[in-house]
Design a protein around this ligand. Structure first.
Ligand code: KIV
Length: 271
């Protein structure tokens, strides 16, 4: 018998219904079992197993080094914890840009080996053939436009994208292409709020923003950033809900003190 609770699961279809009902969609990243369990229990709608794992879990300076096997390991851990949320997994850099056959094989591995519910990839017209091929296998695809961190060495910086008319126009066209191809949602990262709001209004599928203002259909943040585990990353769009770095450091400091002073373990904490 399944041990999972009888809970109404979030699907790509329910996200569309939320947009139609003007209910905002909540999304966070997660990469492991324990945090995924907490945020799923808290009622998050979508969990993204982001390739930001490359930064916050592995300590790389970009998202480029993380491998497909590593993404699958993170996704398996997340899926084991989740009862309700829709779990979307990023295709890592180099696993889909080459050709659409490669993109489909990558996506199939993620769906089969991790039990993911959908995949996400970065780019518009350049990856359209891959998007269509993945969709043709029945795998739901989330797009990602604006600041696409896998292209950081092309952009050169993590500053706001699509401020200029030509780039904004391309972003609008790409968003429409992704919707027409059959993507179920799109992430817009670090672009002007007005542009993001326009895209969300023009599309029928949900648009989830990160640093894209309030006029979109939902918001996503990196879990370690909003919990204040990462300290040095402080973009304007980030709202920190905790300062876990400082709290954990203080707790570990007290633990060390208790050991050194032979206060821990006490009478009740031994056999
Ligand atoms: O990998 C990630 O965390 C992401 C979000 C920033 C949307 O793609």
């Amino acid at each position: 018998m399944s041990q999972h609770r009888d809970i109404k699961k979030v699907t790509t279809h329910s996200l569309l219904e939320m947009k139609q009902a003007k209910e905002k969609i909540s999304m966070l990243t997660a990469y492991d079992f324990s945090f995924s369990k907490i945020i799923d229990d808290a009622g998050i709608d979508v969990i993204l197993v982001g390739d930001s794992a490359s930064n916050v879990m592995a300590g790389h300076i970009s998202t480029l080094p993380i491998t497909l096997d590593q993404m699958i390991y993170h996704a398996q851990s997340v899926i084991r914890a989740v009862d309700r949320a829709l779990v979307v997994v990023d295709l890592p850099f180099g696993s889909y840009q080459g050709n659409s056959k490669n993109a489909l094989e990558t996506s199939i591995r993620i769906m089969k080996e991790a039990g993911a519910h959908a995949i996400k990839l970065e780019g518009g017209a350049e990856v359209l053939e891959s998007v269509k091929r993945i969709l043709s296998a029945g795998i739901p695809v989330m797009g990602h436009l604006g600041l696409t961190p896998q292209s950081i060495f092309k952009f050169g910086t993590y500053t706001v994208r699509a401020r200029e008319e030509a780039e904004a126009q391309k972003l609008i066209e790409d968003a429409h292409l992704l919707e027409e191809a059959g993507c179920f949602a799109i992430v817009l990262e670090k672009i002007p709020a007005k542009l993001a709001s326009r895209v969300a209004k023009e599309l029928t599928i949900p648009v989830i923003g990160i640093g894209a203002g309030p006029g979109v259909d939902g918001q996503v943040l990196v879990l370690h950033d909003m919990l204040g585990i990462t300290k040095e990353f402080s973009p304007r769009f980030l709202r920190r809900y905790l300062n876990l770095y400082d709290e954990i450091k203080a707790a570990v400091g007290r633990y060390i003190e208790d050991i050194k002073s032979i206060d821990f373990p006490n009478e009740e904490e031994q056999y």
